[in-house]
Design a protein around this ligand. Structure first.
Ligand code: GAR
Length: 208
């Protein structure tokens, strides 16, 4: 069994592609002193992502790295890792980062890349998880914070939260209900890393 991070203030990098409500929630938790962390850098793969401006307004260093400018995932992630290495981060936090993560980034940050997914994994992996849940007819769905591995949404699970699915839900109404929980459990999960309580045992996360 291995402790993933030692207790103490976390240095975080955030990777994000979109509006950044999870980024906001993490920042709010830091401001409230519910999360002992500092966001050192935010990197987006989308030039127009609103999250870039949000981070700039907070005085966080931001970068746009265009995957299209690289021949393949390996070259793109080599550039990403080069940027990350300059900030000595403890964890790489994916917050609505809509790209598959490959070996290059994972080898550089083993067990230290975390993601939030808007479903109860292993159900409804990939895109439009909330729509998948509505169409399948499940009565409960939710969100999952997990470590990232080379599969799609398949890494060790850190924390989950459950919400009911109502008969008149559509993708948007379910997504909104799940998002409220995302904003709670992402910061809570990160605080467990800051407390040195996250251990890894094979494919299981043990909280000590
Ligand atoms: C969130 O619902 C997050 O769970 C989801 O994208 C949204 C990002 O919102 N992530 C994925 O689907 C990853 N596969 P945000 O930009 O407001 O945080």
């Amino acid at each position: 069994m291995m402790q993933v991070t030692k207790p103490g203030q976390l240095s975080l990098a955030v990777l994000a592609s979109g509006r950044g409500s999870n980024f906001d929630a993490i920042c709010a938790a830091i401001d409230r002193h519910d999360l002992n962390a500092e966001i050192k850098v935010l990197i987006s793969n989308k030039k127009a992502a609103p999250v870039l401006q949000k981070a700039e307004q907070r005085g966080i260093k931001t970068f746009f790295i265009n995957p299209g400018a690289y021949a393949n995932r390996e070259e793109y992630e080599t550039e990403l890792v080069k940027h990350l290495n300059g900030y000595q981060v403890d964890l790489v936090v994916l917050a609505g980062y809509m790209r598959l993560v490959g070996k290059t980034l994972l080898d550089a940050y083993k067990h230290k890349v975390v993601n939030i997914h808007p479903a109860l994994l292993p159900a409804f992996i990939g895109l439009h998880a909330q729509k998948q849940a509505v169409e399948y007819g499940v009565k409960f769905s939710g969100c999952t914070v997990h470590m990232v591995d080379e599969g799609m949404d398949s890494g060790p699970i850190i924390m989950q939260a459950v919400v009911p699915v109502y008969q008149d839900d559509d993708e948007d109404s379910l997504a909104a209900r799940i998002l409220v929980e995302e904003h709670k459990i992402y910061a809570q999960s990160l605080q467990l890393f800051a407390e040195g309580r996250i251990w890894i045992d094979g494919r299981k996360v043990i909280i000590r």
